[in-house]
Design a binder for this molecule. Structure first.
Ligand SMILES: Cc1ncc(COP(=O)(O)O)c(C=O)c1O
Length: 396
């Protein structure tokens, strides 16, 4: 017997009745309760005035912050909300001490393309260098190799925990042990991790971590979560301030003493309430139970895809996530995606820009990505694989 009542959860998710959704890592399907949290607040804004409605919702926003903190073993003072993962990442990176000529930033091979561009642009301005940490045989970032790269010029270690282009899971805690021992700032991109894997920031040993609301947490688009470790916050100077992140004192701005130094006073309250509802649901289901079901379903999907002639499952890693990547001989991933979309089966096709270092290192131009959620069923996996098998016959 399964721990989660999947039929019930699907019946509370309108999108499950419309399509066979395998793009949970792009953006998942929100539940009725998340939808209601968003739309009901928009209605209250129109009736009572947005500022007045926000004042009444302040307690719920506090709860959302506490739930975000609870999800990752942090305190509410260590959590800021943001509009996107990239905004959270960029704002935090820009607040680190300025790079100098000769400085080094060490990154995993799976680093998200946007983060990489941000770092490379800053490095170019300063005359600093971005260096790639070697990978283990299974493709994951090699913590021992990282330890050997550390010297006094290393300013940051950046890790994308679960890459966007497949099922690999990096050992974030092993990297954290190296950065802690060396006293080097450690920034984790947990876009695909939150709501999919149990997270405890103290065990991982990171200083900064960000994740999306819309992916495995099933929140609305336009909301993301940033964690900054309490004792690290003072080392970060936000690139800009507003009336929430600072107050005007006799000697100029007094920057807030918590992670909200990265928030602005103006924020999408409705979306944050939706994120709050999604966080509550993820926590009440339990991320360990979610993970267990994803392991089982994605294992089934990998096995069935591998059995289709012409299909190659492209996932690296020893332990794997719900992101299943594959290629089909004779058919480009974009074509696979659009042909499946005609059957109301949604998957993604990822090119080089999302994970340029990893794709280039592996000689891949594009992969098809079917990402599995606990909401998916075994019948949906059969349906996806039956349709991929039809395409494989067409491509042969
Ligand atoms: C690993 C990873 N990092 C960053 C991002 C970008 O997040 P956002 O689109 O919220 O800026 C994504 C989006 O898919 C991602 O998978």
């Amino acid at each position: 017997m399964e721990a989660l009542d999947i039929e019930q959860l699907r019946s509370e998710t309108p999108g499950c009745a419309i399509s066979t959704h395998f793009n949970h890592s792009g953006s998942s399907l929100p539940s009725n309760s998340t939808l209601a949290a968003v739309t009901e607040h928009l209605q209250r804004e129109s009736l009572y005035g947005p500022m007045e409605a926000a004042a009444n919702a302040a307690g719920l926003i506090d709860e959302a912050r506490a739930d975000a903190a609870g999800l990752i073993g942090a305190t509410p003072q260590e959590i800021a909300f943001s509009s996107s993962g990239s905004a959270a990442w960029g704002l935090t990176f820009a607040a680190l001490p300025p790079l100098k000529a000769g400085d080094r930033i060490l990154v995993g091979r799976q680093e998200w393309g946007g983060n990489l561009s941000t770092m490379q642009a800053a490095a170019n301005r300063a005359g600093a260098r971005i260096e790639i940490i070697p990978a283990n045989e299974d493709g994951s970032v090699d913590a021992t190799a990282l330890a050997a790269m550390i010297d006094e010029r290393v300013r940051l270690v950046a890790l994308t925990w679960l890459p966007a282009n497949g099922g690999l899971i990096n050992d974030a805690a092993a990297i954290g042990r190296v950065t802690r021992a060396a006293g080097i700032p450690y920034f984790i991109d947990a876009a695909q991790t939150l709501g999919q894997l149990p997270v405890d920031v103290a065990t991982i040993g990171c200083d900064m971590l960000k994740g999306s609301g819309r992916k495995y947490l099933r929140g609305p688009r336009g909301a993301a979560i940033l964690y900054v470790r309490k004792d690290f916050q003072d080392r970060l100077e936000p690139a800009y301030l507003d009336v929430l992140s600072s107050s005007w004192g006799e000697d100029g701005p007094n920057v807030r003493m918590d992670a909200q130094r990265f928030e602005t006073s103006e924020k999408p309250i409705a979306l944050l309430l939706g994120l709050g509802a999604a966080l509550k649901q993820a926590r009440s289901l339990g991320v360990s139970a979610i993970r267990e079901r994803i392991v089982s379903l994605s294992g089934q999907l990998r096995d069935q895809l591998s059995a289709i002639p012409g299909v190659t499952v492209q996932d690296l890693g020893t332990e794997k996530s719900g992101l299943v990547s594959f290629t089909l001989e004779g058919m480009a991933p974009q074509i696979i995606r659009s042909k499946l979309a005609e059957k109301r089966i949604t998957i993604a096709a990822n090119g080089i820009p999302y994970t340029p270092l990893d794709m280039t290192a592996r000689g891949l131009n594009e992969i098809a990505r079917a990402s599995v959620s606990y909401l998916n069923t075994r019948q949906e996996i059969d349906r996806l694989c039956d349709n991929v098998a039809v395409l494989a016959r067409q491509a042969a």
